[in-house]
Design a binder for this molecule. Structure first.
Ligand code: CO8
Length: 372
């Protein structure tokens, strides 16, 4: 069966935090910490908190701002984490709410109704609970018959989820699949860590995957090929998990939140991603120069430029490799899908593009698409 992506949806939270706001709050928190711990710092028993800078953030990452699901609490130096209300078991969960908003947009872009879908994959960096799956909650709320499950593959959750969807449709076991990426990252961001407080934002994306024969969309892409790879690394890690209840560790300690060795990640992941894209394209007989669009993972502008430079011998233009991280920051697996959602309508029939994610795991996933 020939498989298409027939619709993509993007849901953006209403709240925004600029670098300047974030840095002002972090620096106020750090200065207070240093004042309160002046004696210990003087004695060398505590490390002074370094100050952050909006200019550094923009230069080192390309990030100018991020969207958040809840802004309350994030900038409060007595809290330094968002506030989310507890919802009863019979209310819609936060993540399902985000997922449904994006899913409805993807369905409408694909010109499909829930009756056309029989598989729901919620694929993202974190789910707010282990069971029942967020995907099954979404399935019920949208009135979809079939099945759903959650998948966690950090930054490559969206591309790995899409590969599952493409395979299911190609095998004839599913007629239509919703792959949804409700990236609620802000609860896992350490807003008290100078090196990572600026990296992430919240968003939700969704895509509809189906057979070419049922496609009723004006903006559809043939999926020519998918490829996923993982190589174990501790350079990006979170030790948050259900067993901390019995290991008696501090559930709020920094290692329970997102942390990374950013330089190491940068150096190791860029060549991996460049080689991955190159070998994926070459196995399909497509020269890199034929690529009209690169919907790359959105972690760092310099990473994306380095990857395109390795493959093209020059920096990709903004038209070739659109950037959304300036406005959205790193949104884990959703980044490349935001780029795809915002920048696909101008492509002509036959144009080829690649979606590629790279990140924690390490994990790399790519899809080669051709505009129909
Ligand atoms: N303000 C001012 N100065 C700073 C700041 C700051 N905020 N942060 C660091 N500095 C300083 C450093 O201390 C250092 O000073 P010195 O030279 O005196 O030691 C100097 O600036 C340079 O620091 P770095 O070498 O660390 O700076 P880089 O140029 O490497 O930039 C980045 C740091 C932006 C983090 C960069 O390394 C990067 O983007 N690396 C790639 C990271 C990446 O892509 N990671 C992927 C993570 S996402 C993922 O995989 C999914 C996880 C799941 C989602 C999690 C949701 C919460």
């Amino acid at each position: 069966h020939s498989v298409v992506i027939s619709g993509v949806g993007l849901w953006t939270p209403e709240h925004k935090i600029s670098n300047e706001e974030l840095v002002e709050s972090y620096n106020a928190w750090a200065e207070r910490f240093n004042k309160q711990n002046a004696e210990l710092i003087e004695q060398g028993r505590e490390e002074a908190k370094p100050l952050s800078s909006a200019a550094f953030i923009e230069k080192a990452s390309g990030i100018k701002s991020r969207f958040v699901y809840s802004k309350e609490g994030v900038l409060d130096i007595d809290r330094m984490r968002p506030v989310l209300e507890v919802r009863d078991d019979d209310q819609l969960s936060h993540q399902a709410q985000m997922a449904i908003a994006a899913a409805k947009k993807a369905l409408s872009a694909a010109n499909k109704s829930p009756a056309d879908i029989d598989m729901v994959i919620v694929s993202c960096a974190y789910t707010q609970r282990s069971y029942p799956a967020i995907a099954i909650e979404v399935q019920a709320a949208l009135g979809i018959e079939g099945f759903g499950f959650d998948m966690l593959v950090a930054c490559s959750a969206a591309t790995f989820g899409l590969q599952r969807a493409v395979d299911a449709v190609a095998a004839g076991t599913s007629k239509g699949v919703l792959v949804i990426n409700p990236e609620l990252t802000s609860p896992q961001v350490n807003y008290m860590d100078r090196d990572s407080h600026f990296i992430f934002g919240d968003v939700a994306t969704a895509t509809v995957v189906e057979g070419a024969a049922t496609c009723r969309s004006e903006q559809a892409f043939d999926v020519l090929s998918t490829r996923c790879v993982t190589v174990y690394s501790n350079a990006i890690r979170s030790n948050f998990g259900y067993i901390t209840r019995v290991t008696d560790e501090d559930p709020y300690s920094a290692d329970k939140l997102f942390h990374q060795q950013g330089r190491k990640v940068f150096k190791e992941v860029c060549p991996m991603a460049a080689e991955h894209i190159e070998s994926h394209l070459s196995s399909e007989g497509i020269p890199v120069t034929e690529l009209k669009r690169w919907w790359l993972h959105q972690a760092n502008i310099n990473m994306n430029l380095l990857i395109s430079r390795r493959l093209l011998g020059r920096d990709a233009t903004l038209e070739e490799a659109p950037v959304v991280l300036d406005e959205y920051a790193n949104t884990a697996s959703a980044g490349s899908i935001i780029a795809f959602a915002k920048y696909h309508q101008d492509l002509a029939k036959g144009d080829i593009g690649v979606i590629c994610s790279f990140g924690a795991g390490y994990s790399i996933g790519s899809l080669i698409l051709r505009k129909r």
